[in-house]
Design a protein around this ligand. Structure first.
Ligand SMILES: [Zn+2]
Length: 1023
């Protein structure tokens, strides 16, 4: 079955075992000067192994740091269990504080039981799903029952021996209550014809898609679609969470619904406290709201995995082809009801690290010999405890200060870094922000320059600062440009700002140092003066041509000269055609679409931007780009530096002041205030037996292990793929430590550590039970979008389909109960994998269609590369909310409906959001009172669709709808532009592209068709 071998790093990836890093198209960034500069994290031997003689006490907390671990040292003895102020205690306090004890923690059954499987009859007309409820145990109530493994009936030659029953580790059986339900339901007798032969339905031709689905409420009854499974369910209703659904005919409701999965998870896990004390625990879905309490593993806000149980051997991994990956968002925003990260300060001793593998002190280190030594959980090396760090052990071998030290008891925390971790062993300077405004003719004419300058006056008041500080330490500078660059001296003692023009864009130099980067508060009047003058200064300019690479170069050189990291905010509009490095021509060629050369459209046009990105990362210069294109601007080239420097790309097509300024200003405000770390280097360490081999995100790598980022903000995620290099043990599990060395907004060098323990199993069923589809899709999207640079899209699409089928076929063959070959069986954890995978395949990046703008495809590709799991989930499967059923008294969001035209109704109003766009769709028969309430006009016909903000009508409907839109917008990195869409009017075409369960406007299968296609593949694999 797995003759192709393991392709979880799909064949399109250039990853080489043993080499690890796949060389990106953009070449190899071997810069020896930089590779050696940020020290510490990759130093062969740390300076921290021994402490100065006599230094036996931990250094006192530094008064200047926030979130100082206040209780440190406050209690010498008598340790109350709860030392960290945190969210409300969980139900089971005793167990929730159970320490990490590698040798005694025998079993880590997942709290999310994947009790049900979804089964689909291959006969389309009889498509039926047996969804047996989740059977999920609430978190923190001990291990849930383990369902028995389904046995295998498939008599194929490659069938594995039936897996033994369900044990995950030695001694686990005694801890597990007897199963109370079956893992999967059994279909009735096999359909006589095991081949995939969907009979055509009335009014449709086989294989060409399906007629529009009927309204959900109508319950379509199709002739000739009688169900052919008279056998019922051997599992029996008594063993299931609920009675089997009544047999239905081809009903869209009977194929697995993402909405149902989301709602089920919300119902069972929403609003609860999720304590991270159990290794391998599967967190609630990203779409569920809950409170996280760190008790030894990193919060899922920081790390989510494709599976929380790794297969013990690489053979198993190859067999299942499930990618083993973690999506890491090291600076994720933590809600106010969760505890922010503690800061550990060991003074000049610095962090305690394993001598061999350099892992940082964490809950996975086990203290021995009365506390004098500790064994590293990652490499098993036994290390001496530095004298300053010594502490006695209690009767269970735990340090007496276990709960006083975040690094001993928490999954995530920060260290103050010593000078060894700084460039040139010098403390860094605080970062700077440089604002760089394209003042070419069109930007002046459409008022954009004036808008930006006006906004900067207020926005600069909100520069990020440390909580305890009066004012922001971030310095600011200003540059304007068209085909030349204008630097401004805004030194506080000047009466007027001074402008210096650099015309030599071939080799940009910084004409001034003193007065360019200034403290905003000190230079406020000069800066305001400048911002008032800029729009007038260039009011008469007819200059249409712009440069781009020299702009980035100038900003980077200015930061370099000031010896500080920083961020460039570039406001740009056009293809840079002026004679200069990085000059671009219009090379948009739709004839390349759907050919082997299509990848060229996603590659930068010149290698200038590659080397610029490399220089920027080497100097801690992050680039955020606000683009206002009115035609092709070569996004693939312009977006490269922002993408690789951890910056953000914003794009406003055909910017119109009255329609788009709000979206742009929201983005700008949000971006400036983002939590961000600069000049970062990240390292992912693993316990023995596996390692990180491939990396995706806004990152650069000069070697196979160090992930370099000019900056990383709260919305950026790095996806890391793991491979086996040995056997993993069920006892010790698979441990991951992610360490990010970075510079704070006030110029402090810190280490942020996230630790996560996963389970390991020699049972494939455990692997499948512990999967998370949202993270899988994040991984697949990034690996496919990376591959787009090198491979024909057709190949990538095929690989995605094949791998989907392969994962499901392996489950079917090895884990599922016996059933007819004609049945499609999906593991519960992957119930919605096909629909999400189809959404990925239909995304404009992978869909080779000339109708879609090349820039838009390149833009979306770059965005997805650094998305976290929650953002990619919404991006690929938009949220569609019925607005006409709103209960105006409720503050709850209405339950979403599936993204299909069949869910819309003529008398309804629906809101759709995907993280970039928002649509309000109005049915032709929308209730007039609702229209009056929302738009303050008497009828559908009176609605003016030329608006991007809803009027503030003051009616309950208006207030509630705008509140809902605010909630949807809240946690999203991009401000979503609202489009009003009337049913049966032209703009509806755009809206329909987001109804992702339907057949795509420009191709792309419907969900039902795709499911059939996957099933066919599975049947072939099983035969
Ligand atoms: Zn080690």
């Amino acid at each position: 079955m797995s003759q192709q071998g393991y392709v979880a790093t799909p064949p399109y990836s250039q990853s080489q075992p043993g080499i690890g890093l796949s060389p990106p198209h953009y070449g190899h960034y071997g810069d020896p000067s930089h590779a050696s500069s940020p020290q510490g994290m990759m130093k062969p031997a740390g300076p921290l192994g021994t402490a100065a003689p006599g230094m036996l006490l931990p250094p006192g907390p530094s008064p200047s740091v926030p979130h100082q671990f206040g209780q440190n040292g406050a209690h010498a003895s008598g340790h109350p269990p709860q030392r960290f102020p945190g969210p409300p205690p969980v139900n089971n306090v005793a167990s929730s504080y159970a320490p990490y004890q590698p040798s005694t923690q025998s079993s880590y059954p997942s709290p999310v039981s994947t009790s049900s499987v979804t089964q689909l009859g291959s006969q389309l007309s009889a498509m039926q799903i047996n969804s047996y409820g989740s059977g999920m145990a609430p978190p923190n109530q001990g291990p849930p029952p383990r369902p028995p493994q389904p046995s295998i009936l498939q008599p194929g030659s490659q069938v594995l021996p039936p897996p033994p029953t369900t044990l995950n580790g030695p001694g686990a059986s005694s801890l597990l209550p007897p199963p109370t339900y079956r893992l999967d339901g059994h279909p009735g007798p096999a359909h006589p014809n095991a081949q995939y032969q969907p009979p055509p339905l009335p009014g449709q031709t086989l294989g060409t898609g399906y007629p529009p689905q009927q309204a959900a409420s109508s319950g379509p009854q199709m002739a000739g679609a009688q169900l052919s499974y008279p056998g019922g369910f051997p599992g029996g209703p008594a063993q299931m969470a609920g009675p089997p659904p009544p047999q239905k005919k081809l009903d869209p409701d009977s194929i697995p619904s993402p909405i149902q999965v989301i709602e089920n998870d919300r119902a069972t896990r929403g609003g609860q406290v999720y304590a991270t004390n159990i290794r391998g625990q599967i967190p609630p879905l990203v779409t569920t709201d809950y409170v996280i309490q760190d008790q030894g593993n990193a919060s899922p806000r920081y790390i989510r995995c494709t599976t929380y149980c790794f297969p013990c051997t690489s053979d198993m991994a190859k067999q299942a082809q499930i990618p083993l990956a973690a999506v890491i968002k090291p600076f994720a925003t933590i809600p106010s009801n969760e505890t922010p990260l503690y800061l550990v300060n060991h003074g000049e001793n610095g962090p305690v690290r394993c001598n061999r593998c350099k892992a940082y002190m964490c809950p996975f280190m086990q203290f021995i010999e009365g506390g004098r030594r500790y064994q590293c959980g990652f490499c098993s090396c036994v290390n001496d405890v530095p004298p300053f760090y010594f502490q006695h052990l209690d009767h269970i071998g735990r340090r007496l200060d276990h709960y006083e030290k975040p690094e001993l008891s928490l999954g995530s925390y920060e260290y103050v870094a010593t000078l060894d971790y700084c460039r040139n062993n010098k403390p860094p300077n605080p970062p700077a922000f440089i604002f760089m405004i394209d003042v070419s003719y069109s930007n002046i004419k459409n008022g954009l320059v004036k808008l930006i300058c006006e906004e900067l006056k207020t926005i600069l008041e909100k520069l990020p600062k440390e909580e305890q500080e009066e004012m922001s330490a971030i310095r600011v500078g200003f540059i304007t440009y068209n085909k030349v660059l204008h630097f401004f001296n805004v030194k506080s003692n000047l009466a007027q700002p001074q402008m210096m023009v650099v015309t030599d864009v071939g080799e940009v130099f910084v004409p001034l140092l003193d007065g360019f980067l200034v403290n905003y508060q000190e230079s406020q009047s000069v800066i305001h003066n400048l911002l008032d003058q800029i729009p007038e200064m260039f009011a008469d300019s007819n200059e249409n041509e712009t440069v781009f690479a020299p702009v980035i170069q100038a900003g980077m050189e200015a930061l370099k000269a000031a010896d500080c990291p920083g961020k460039l905010f570039i406001f740009h509009s056009s293809l840079p055609t002026a004679e200069a490095p990085g000059k671009l021509r219009n090379r948009d060629d739709k004839k390349l679409v759907n050919t082997d050369k299509e990848k060229i459209l996603f590659q930068p046009q010149t290698n200038v931007y590659d080397s610029l990105a490399k220089d920027c990362v080497a100097h801690g210069c992050s680039v955020t780009l606000f683009l206002f294109p009115s035609q092709y601007v070569d996004m693939a080239s312009l977006g490269l530096v922002p993408q690789l420097t951890g910056g953000t790309l914003y794009k406003y097509n055909n910017f119109q002041m009255h329609l788009d300024s709000q979206q742009f200003l929201n983005d700008l405000r949000n971006d400036i205030e983002k939590k961000i770390g600069f000049d970062a280097i990240m390292r992912v360490r693993t316990s023995t037996g596996f390692r990180a081999t491939d990396f995706f995100g806004g990152i650069l790598m000069n070697n196979t292990t160090d992930i370099e980022m000019a900056a990383i903000d709260c919305d950026k995620a790095v996806t890391v793929e793991f491979k086996h290099d040995d056997k993993l043990s069920e006892d010790t599990g698979a441990l991951i430590q992610c360490a990010v060395l970075y510079t704070t907004i006030s110029g402090q060098r810190r280490l942020r550590i996230h630790n996560l323990g996963l389970n390991c199993s020699s049972q494939l069923a455990d692997l499948y039970k512990s999967c998370e589809t949202d993270a899988l899709i994040n991984f697949f999207a990034k690996s496919a979008f990376k591959a787009v640079l090198h491979q024909p899209l057709k190949v990538i699409r095929e690989i995605l389909v094949n791998q989907t089928a392969h994962m499901l076929a392996c489950y079917r063959k090895n884990c599922a109960s016996p059933s007819a070959a004609s049945q499609l069986i999906l593991p519960d954890s992957m119930k919605v994998l096909p629909v999400y995978m189809n959404c990925l395949l239909k995304n404009c990046v992978l869909l080779s269609r000339p109708e879609i703008s090349t820039d838009e495809r390149a833009f979306q590709r770059q965005l997805v590369m650094s998305m976290g799991v929650a953002d990619s989930q919404l991006f690929f499967y938009p949220q569609l909310l019925p607005i006409h059923t709103l209960d105006v008294k409720s503050t709850m969001l209405p339950a979403a409906v599936r993204c299909s035209e069949s869910r819309l109704s003529e008398d309804g109003i629906f809101l759709l959001a995907n993280g970039l766009n928002m649509f309000l769709w109005l049915g032709v028969s929308s209730p007039p009172e609702l229209i009056q309430g929302i738009f303050n006009v008497p009828s559908f016909a009176h609605i003016n669709t030329d608006m991007t903000l809803l009027p503030e009508v003051g009616s309950p409907h208006s207030q509630q709808l705008r509140m809902i839109m605010g909630i949807i917008q809240q946690k999203r990195p991009y401000s979503m532009k609202l489009t009003i869409v009337k049913q049966r009017e032209q703009p509806e075409m755009v809206f329909r592209q987001f109804l992702v369960e339907d057949k795509g406007l420009y191709g792309g299968s419907s969900y039902v068709d795709f499911l059939c296609c996957v099933h066919k593949e599975i049947c072939q694999l099983l035969n």
